[in-house]
Design a protein around this ligand. Structure first.
Ligand SMILES: [Zn+2]
Length: 309
């Protein structure tokens, strides 16, 4: 019997390491097997062991989407061949699909959109990935997250939060132009979050439905406007009962009954803010002149008293 282990023997040691959950040993073994197959001019063995190596690399760099994409590329180059990851029988195509979806999910979740256009693009991407989970993994539990991170979430369940986030992004992309339509998207998001079992996120979405859907009349100019904190804001005031009464009788509220704050459209609020800023600046300058004059007086007096101190 040869002391040197064959590629196959090293492969089987690698598989044992995966079963044990020792992924860095497994990675090194698959890499060793690939070298042996290469020396033996066994191109099939080399390709297969490289495929395994690329999958194990994901366990070692779980936060790097690039590692997932290169695994998918190596796996696709194998065609559709049966593979065994730990105790799981799978195929190279199945693993390639998973690697691509997981990478795409990681990438899009790292994006922080700022413009309506970016929100729109993010929504489209999230929907595509959710559809990918639905069509390519259907109801089954994904193998890569299960083996490496003990996550037993079926593909369908992975799709739900993505669909919710897509609706939220659609809402954000519309809120400048049409807050009512934005509120409807948050309503749909709320339903997806409920289905995903995320009551906390559903509540947040629900708050957006409330504030984006809320229609009021500006206390100052009487404009009718919806979209709280986007197109109008609440500002503190001193409303007397008589003022409240005179404001009544219209379909839309111009103040908040609960806290007495008045609603100001962004146009009025901006004007009030700019005016108060300029008054404050002017007052500060006046105060500065006054203080400087007083300081000058003190200096002069001290100068006179100087010799006696
Ligand atoms: Zn106004």
């Amino acid at each position: 019997m040869s002391i040197m282990k064959s590629g196959e023997e090293v492969m089987s040691a690698a598989l044992d390491a995966v079963v044990r959950g020792d992924f860095s040993t497994a990675y090194n073994k698959y890499s060793e097997a690939a070298r042996k197959f290469s020396k033996q001019n066994d191109s099939y063995g080399y390709a297969i062991s490289s495929g395994y190596m690329s999958v194990l690399a994901i366990a070692l760099s779980p936060d790097n989407p690039g590692v997932y994409y290169s695994a998918a590329q190596v796996l696709r180059s194998l065609g559709n061949v049966p593979l065994k990851i730990g105790l799981h029988e799978t195929t190279s195509s199945q693993l390639a699909d998973e690697a691509e979806l997981l990478a795409a999910e990681k990438e899009i979740l790292a994006v922080v959109p700022s413009s309506p256009m970016e929100h729109g693009a993010r929504a489209k991407r999230l929907q595509d990935i959710a559809m990918g989970y639905r069509s390519k993994t259907s109801g089954r539990v994904l193998i890569i997250p299960e083996i490496f991170w003990k996550e037993t979430t079926p593909g369908e369940a992975r799709a739900l939060p993505l669909l919710a986030m897509a609706e939220e992004s659609l809402g954000q992309s519309l809120v400048q132009e049409n807050p009512k339509a934005a509120a409807e998207h948050f309503q749909t998001a709320r339903l997806w979050w409920m289905q995903a079992g995320r009551a906390d996120m559903a509540q947040t979405a629900s708050n957006y439905v409330q504030s984006y859907g809320l229609a009021v009349k500006c206390w100052f100019c009487g404009r009718e406007v919806s979209g709280e904190n986007v197109h109008f804001v609440s500002i503190p005031s001193d409303l007397t009962d008589m003022l409240k009464k005179t404001a009544g009788g219209t379909a839309l509220p111009s103040f908040n009954e609960a806290n007495g704050m008045v609603y100001a459209c962004k146009g009025c609020y901006g004007a009030i803010f700019a005016l108060s800023e300029s008054i404050a600046t002017q007052k500060t300058q006046e105060l500065e002149v006054k203080i400087n004059k007083q300081l000058e007086d003190i200096r002069r007096q001290l100068g006179r008293m100087g010799p006696r101190l």
